[in-house]
Design a binder for this molecule. Structure first.
Ligand code: GA4
Length: 368
């Protein structure tokens, strides 16, 4: 349960004039299994489709992804079980994971600069111990182990959520890298691992986020706030405010509850029909930079306009902190203009973490 303190709903509820976003009619889609089974031609066509979607929307859907559906269901059930724990148990379970770090459990507060949303979540770091050895068992990303096993409530231990999230992360990271390879191919890059290798490095800065959006708060609160306009089923409450993701790529899977919206090039918001058997891919800021703006870091948000809970799990693929990011020379072209100056991921991330959610973070790195 998300508990409201005085004044918080005012910041989360949108003015009643905000109309529901119409659904995105043709969500671009790539079927990885079909692409693999149709030989070089099929793969080239899929790569072109992926690149076109990244240019137009910075967003597309992945089917035929090879991540077992029962793993998706088990993660969803375990997440629901975790969020159903007592508030104090959720807090203590995760404060034992990484005291004093941005990781852990939080409710309503997003980042540390005053953003609020109708959401509670877990944010976890992913490390890829030994990823470069090629040895499968050493290739597993590890979520941080609890510092103090005793401090973890038994309900958390029983569902071994951490092990399940590890299994999920291994599978999703593998699929993410396939998608990154297709992106590189679609751009005509000779080195098709140019993006994937960044997410596979031992010290890649990847993360996993598990979000729970409880059903919309009591309509009577919204009616009081907006003079009755929040009633009649039309009240709009922000689960996660509009933003772009700083990383290279984000790969999201949700249950069958709606809520995700993306902004089109002209700024219009459209809703994305949920599809619990598929993944949705967002281009992040770092990929917009690497592609010199060819791929678009998509602005997105989650609205809580349903009577059902929404649970989503997002893998954020980021580069190692030391990695220097700049537009790839092949995409700038001879005599072409580099739209962004060179910077390290460490530099970008610390700048991004000082911003508010809705801010444009890339403008500080543009060349004049
Ligand atoms: C957006 C993408 C990821 O969820 C995230 C978010 C992070 C946070 O929740 O702590 C940020 C946000 C995200 C971008 C700007 C800063 C940092 C909240 C915020 C206001 C984990 C990330 O890496 O950047």
């Amino acid at each position: 349960m998300v508990v409201l303190a005085k004044g918080e709903l005012e910041q989360i509820a949108l003015p009643a004039v905000q109309k529901a976003a119409p659904p995105l009619a043709d969500v671009p889609e790539v079927d990885l299994a079909a692409a693999a089974s149709r030989g070089a031609e099929g793969r080239a066509a899929a790569a072109r489709a992926v690149a076109a979607a990244c240019q137009e929307h910075g967003f597309f859907k992945v089917t035929g992804h090879g991540v077992p559906l029962d793993l998706l269901a088990r993660v969803e059930n375990a997440a629901a079980a975790f969020f159903a724990l007592q508030q104090r148990d959720k807090e203590s379970a995760m404060s034992a994971v990484a005291p004093g770090s941005p990781f852990g459990y939080a409710s309503k507060r997003i980042g540390s600069n005053g953003d609020l949303g109708w959401v509670e979540y877990l944010l976890l770091g992913v490390t890829a111990a030994g990823a470069s050895t090629g040895d499968h068992s050493a290739d597993e990303p590890l979520l941080p182990a609890p510092a103090d096993e005793e401090a973890v409530p038994s309900a958390w231990r029983r569902c071994s959520f951490r092990d399940l999230l590890n299994e999920y992360t291994v599978a999703v990271r593998r699929m993410t890298c396939e998608v990154l390879e297709l992106m590189a191919e679609g751009l005509g890059m000779e080195e098709t691992d140019v993006f994937a290798r960044l997410v596979l490095e031992d010290d890649s800065d990847s993360m996993l986020r598990v979000n729970h959006y409880p059903p919309r708060p009591e309509l009577k609160h919204l009616q009081q706030l907006h003079g009755g306009g929040g009633g009649g089923g039309g009240g709009r409450v922000t689960g996660f405010g509009e933003h772009t993701d700083p990383q290279i790529i984000s790969v999201l899977r949700s249950n069958a509850t709606s809520g995700l919206e993306i902004a089109l090039r002209d700024g219009t918001w459209v809703s994305v029909p949920p599809d619990q058997g598929s993944f949705f891919v967002n281009v992040g800021d770092a990929l917009q930079v690497l592609t010199n703006g060819r791929f678009r870091s998509v602005r997105h948000r989650v609205m809580v306009n349903s009577v059902r809970s929404r649970v989503s799990v997002i893998f954020f693929g980021g580069p190692p902190p030391r990695e220097t990011l700049a537009p790839l020379p092949q995409l700038v072209g001879e005599g072409g203009r580099s739209r962004y100056r060179e910077f390290t991921w460490r530099e970008y991330k610390s700048s991004a973490y000082r911003t508010k959610l809705a801010d444009n973070r890339l403008c500080h790195f543009e060349t004049t």
